[in-house]
Design a protein around this ligand. Structure first.
Ligand code: PMT
Length: 223
């Protein structure tokens, strides 16, 4: 692990889940703990970067030397991500953003009715990492994650192309040891013409390996 690999660079990272409210007391969310994104923030700071972490609701302390912006919804995460994006050299999207949110948020607690089946209407959320990767000006080097349960590298590769990313980290979340809320992870770092497998280890160690690889490929791209 190279200290100084990201010296003088600003790295912006999303982490954790988003929460999409239904009414004042209920929301839709997922099992992301933020561990992967927080470990990346710590590793990027150790590599000499100035780090901004845009975090959904998690139970983790802010890593040392990292500026944390807390958000709840996907729309808030998008706004926070775009705020100051012109300062970011690299953008890493480790957050598990809700793809959909309720069409409307009830002002008061939704009451239980007599019906057995209740339907929720959902509307698509903005895609944060694709928005950042599609910026015409000040586009940072953009790295996404792909949480998949089958054909992991295949689906990751199609997300890399569709979202116009520079790199994508393919994460097999069908294995509970290496996905949402686990302490370990194992991933494949996928670029347009390469694949690097990083075997199972702690998220902390894996984040250091990922930051090293990402820094190398970023520097190659700017040469
Ligand atoms: O938080 P942990 O408990 O440590 O778990 C880590 C993790 C499993 C959440 C992490 O390793 C991971 O895989 N993060 C991505 C989760 C995800 O939602 O992946 P996706 O395949 O649905 O999304 C693809 C990419 O688009 C991701 O970079 C995601 O941040 C981004 N995205 C998705 C939807 C959206 N509206 N906006 C986005 O930016």
């Amino acid at each position: 692990f190279q200290h100084g690999a990201l010296a003088g660079k600003r790295v912006c990272i999303t982490a954790g889940p988003t929460r999409e409210p239904l009414d004042p007391v209920r929301y839709i969310s997922n099992h992301s703990s933020g561990k992967m994104g927080y470990a990346l923030a710590e590793a990027a700071a150790d590599a000499g970067a100035s780090v901004r972490l845009i975090s959904g609701p998690v139970n983790l302390p802010a890593p040392a030397r990292v500026e944390v912006t807390s958000v709840e919804t996907a729309e808030e995460m998008l706004a926070a991500s775009l705020d100051g994006i012109d300062q970011c050299d690299l953008f890493i999207a480790a957050a598990a953003v809700a793809d959909y949110r309720p069409v409307s948020v009830a002002e008061h607690k939704i009451k239980k009715g007599s019906e057995e089946i209740m339907e929720l209407r959902l509307v698509k959320n903005p895609d944060i990492v694709a928005t950042v990767a599609g910026l015409q000006e000040h586009r940072p080097y953009t790295v996404g994650f792909a949480a998949e349960t089958r054909d992991v590298v295949g689906y990751a590769r199609s997300k890399l192309a569709r979202k116009q990313l520079d790199l994508i980290v393919a994460n097999d979340v069908s294995n509970p040891e290496i996905g949402f809320n686990s302490d370990d992870n194992a991933v494949t770092l996928v670029s347009a013409d390469d694949e690097i497998s990083l075997p199972q280890t702690s998220k902390r160690q894996l984040a250091r390996q990922l930051i090293e690889q990402i820094a190398q490929q970023y520097h190659q791209s700017t040469q």
